[in-house]
Write a protein that binds this ligand. Structure first.
Ligand code: 13P
Length: 251
């Protein structure tokens, strides 16, 4: 049966200066102790550190960016194209994080166009979806998340071009997490949607959970069916904490 490779990904958001490379080195040292062969480890630093990280990256850690522009080049002051990201040596890019959807008005249509640009250049897109607290309270979780999945994946994408990260907006940076049953229900619904669209190959697309993942809850969350890894914010900034989450894939 097709089974996704697990990924533990750190999203550093707008954190990290040049001395933060020490955290990457420390993490690499910890990974020398071994991770299950079917688990990849990924760090997504801010653009300012992307080149340095990608240049220095040990083979045990993949490097990704946190956003890209939908166009390949041109008059877009302050923006970064997928090709520029690829040129640093990075291999992944996060697209449609809820902070970008909220702070920069990124719609599913924009997210899809950015994912298309990333895929076109050979980056793996991590497409983020997730409901707000008011949407959850209104019982709209599944409809919101599924419509984000349907509309954010580019129409010409194939199953190995992207992965999905489910991040309930209200769980990000709050210390709150959904129940294991809630996570299982949303991931199962996303999996069904992926299988409907990509048939057997849809079973091989990783679906990450994100939102207040830490060493103390990683085991429980990562053992939920259809959870194939984590997208970690705050707890990815320190190698020791992040390594404690990766421990869920050392058993
Ligand atoms: P936290 O792990 O800090 O809750 O952030 C999650 C997230 O947004 C990762 O993309």
């Amino acid at each position: 049966m097709t089974h996704p490779k697990s990924i533990v990904a750190g999203n550093w958001k707008m954190n990290g200066l040049s001395d933060s490379i020490a955290q990457l080195d420390a993490l690499a040292g910890m990974l020398d102790k071994g991770v299950k062969a079917d688990c990849d480890v990924l760090i997504c630093p801010p653009f300012t550190l992307l080149s340095a990280f990608a240049m220095q990256t040990p083979t045990s850690v993949a490097i990704g960016a946190q956003d890209c522009h939908m166009n390949s080049s041109g008059a877009h002051t302050g923006d970064i194209s997928a090709e520029m990201i690829k040129d640093t040596g990075a291999s992944y890019v996060i697209i449609g994080h809820s902070e970008r959807r909220a702070d920069h008005g990124e719609t599913n249509e924009i997210v899809s166009a950015k994912a298309k640009a990333a895929i076109h250049i050979g980056l793996k897109a991590i497409i983020c979806v997730g409901e707000t607290e008011s949407q959850r309270d209104a019982g709209q979780t599944l409809s919101v998340v599924l419509s984000q999945v349907i509309d954010s994946i580019p129409s010409d994408a194939s199953a190995d071009d992207f992965i999905i990260a489910y991040e309930p907006v209200w769980a990000i940076g709050t210390g709150r997490t959904p129940t294991v049953q809630d996570v299982a229900d949303v991931h199962a619904a996303i999996r069904k949607q992926l299988v409907d669209r990509f048939t057997e190959a849809g079973k091989g697309i990783a679906i990450l959970y994100g939102g207040s993942v830490k060493p103390s809850n990683a085991d429980e969350l990562m053992s939920v069916e259809n959870v194939n890894g984590a997208l970690v914010g705050g707890a990815s900034l320190k190698a020791e904490d992040f390594n404690g989450i990766i421990d869920a894939y050392r058993k």
